[in-house]
Design a protein around this ligand. Structure first.
Ligand code: ADP
Length: 491
């Protein structure tokens, strides 16, 4: 018997089948199109989300030579905040999925801030009013799709993040639910009372009848419809992607931290049963546990991480592949005084400066292509360094170990430099698919496939640990230079 994790991400959908030792038995992946109806707007087709979901589950089963009966449970993890609204009778969406990156509600969220709602929203949800989160996206659909508001008020429409939509579709309308981690990203959920918040529902004009039930991440949600994969499969785990990675890295204790180096970078710290209020631009959110109650998490995110490397490859064309960035960066002994602030879409935490722009400083006649490439990778590490420092201040905890994952963590130069500028150990696990692994663990624990966290911990294998060897003086000089470069990027 095996566990299947479904990872419905922003650019692709993956299914990964894991065995008892947490090893990958088979995997299948499908990319799907991004829809950009206007500058700054991003949508996904709900048919693409479901089509790719059913396809990759089927393909992963076939590749492993397994059938639905061989799967003890499914764990679902998903791109967070992305918003769907559909008809409760037919299951038909009334509009495309509005993706987390979409900026269409920016003005509405600016107005909320101007009108003084930021503190109330933060105190209830742990989030800052930003177009990123789901609430304003639901309001936009109800206000802009013909007849949607009336239908929602009559109780005919359902809202869901991607997990909820997938659960509904896989169960043919029998499951209408989400988990704490996804609910905590909607801006409608009170993370202290663990309930949908009536005052916020009024503020965003969202009828309560649209909302799913909220359950723990490790929970029997119901079964997939028998017609889909030949026989029903229990869904026993649902979790947002970043919280899944935190669990997959086994950051289950207070003070445990992981950073994901993907398109953006996401630093999450488990703060146990206490919600930590951020004074430094981080958000407070809910994390997954194997028990009934969620834990609290501090989260800092930067929008452009690995995407800086993509930009070097696709727009500047100075590297042939993302992997090539490492080979080029190590050809020079340092960045030659060049700093690259990857604020290509503004700066996220801890600066929250939407008008900052990408900035390269310190270019001289002697600057080479390799210096620029190296400075780009170093820029990602400095961004994470800012997040770690903000988190240490907020949590009052010194971070000594950083668990890493995501596409760019395979870059050894980047990981060593990260360890050097942070002066801590960077730990890269053997199974880099920590997001899928986290969802699989949560599902498998609920289903009794694994007996408990202790059994899972035995599966954890470290692939490589990076330890710092930079001296204090050099570190201080480099960090000063970075701060000066950030100042220039935000002028
Ligand atoms: P996501 O899940 O956000 O789509 P991934 O975790 O798959 O992202 O990571 C992809 C990102 O990592 C891309 O932006 C890519 O440029 C970057 N990346 C991949 N390999 C490397 C590498 N060897 N060095 C630096 N960046 C890399």
């Amino acid at each position: 018997m095996c566990i299947l994790a479904l990872d419905q991400g922003t650019t692709s959908t993956r299914a990964i089948i894991f065995d008892k030792r947490g090893k990958i038995v088979s995997r299948a992946q499908q990319e799907f199109p991004q829809i950009y109806p206007k500058a700054g707007w991003v949508e996904h087709s709900p048919q693409d989300i479901m089509g790719s979901t059913v396809a990759v589950i089927g393909e992963a089963l076939i590749r492993a030579g397994l059938s639905a009966q061989d799967i003890t449970a499914i764990g679902i993890t998903n791109q967070r905040e992305t918003t769907l609204v559909w008809d409760k009778k037919t299951g038909k969406p009334v509009y495309n999925a509005i993706v987390w990156q979409c900026r269409r509600c920016a003005e509405f969220c600016d107005a909320l801030r101007r009108d003084g709602f930021a503190e109330k929203i933060y105190n209830k949800t742990g989030l800052v009013p930003d177009a990123y989160f789901s609430a304003a996206k639901i309001k936009w659909i109800l206000d802009n799709v013909d007849g949607a508001r009336e239908r929602a008020e009559r109780g005919e429409l359902a809202f869901g993040t991607v997990d909820t939509f997938i659960l509904w579709q896989l169960s043919k309308g029998k499951i209408f639910a989400t988990d704490y981690t996804n609910a905590s990203r909607t801006m409608l959920f009170n993370i202290h009372t663990l309930k949908w918040d009536e005052e916020l529902l009024r503020l965003f004009d969202v009828p309560a009848a649209m909302l799913p039930e909220v359950h723990p991440s490790s929970h029997l949600y119901g079964c997939t419809d028998a017609r889909l994969f030949g026989s029903p499969i229990p869904v026993c785990g649902v979790v947002g992607d970043q919280q899944a990675a935190l669990f997959g890295q086994l950051c289950t204790k207070k003070g445990d931290v992981k950073n994901t180096y993907g398109t953006g970078c996401f630093l999450l710290m488990n703060t146990g049963d206490k919600a930590v209020k951020s004074q430094n631009g981080l958000v407070t959110t809910l994390g997954a546990t194997a028990e009934g109650k969620p834990c609290y998490v501090l989260e800092g995110s930067v929008f452009v991480g690995g995407a800086a490397v993509q930009w070097l490859r696709d727009e500047m064309k100075i590297i042939s592949s993302s992997d090539d960035s490492e080979a080029q960066a190590v050809k020079v002994k340092d960045s030659g005084g060049v700093y690259f602030v990857p604020a290509l879409t503004g700066l996220g935490a801890p600066y929250w400066n939407a008008s900052a722009r990408g900035t390269i400083t310190g270019i001289t006649r002697g600057t080479t292509r390799e210096h620029i490439i190296r400075a780009s990778l170093e820029g990602i590490a400095y961004e994470v360094c800012d997040l770690v420092q903000a988190m240490e201040k907020d949590a009052g905890i010194k971070i000594n170990r950083l668990a890493v994952d995501g596409g760019a963590c395979k870059n050894n130069f980047l990981m060593q430099f990260q360890s050097d500028v942070l002066n801590l150990s960077v730990v890269r696990p053997e199974v880099a698919e920590t997001t899928a692994l986290g969802a699989a663990y949560l599902a498998g624990l609920n289903a009794g496939y694994w007996s408990g966290i202790e059994e899972i911990k035995k599966n954890f294998e470290v692939e490589r640990v990076f330890t710092p060897y930079m001296d204090e003086g050099e570190r201080a000089t480099l960090l000063n230079g970075w701060r000066e470069a950030v100042r220039k990027a935000t002028l």
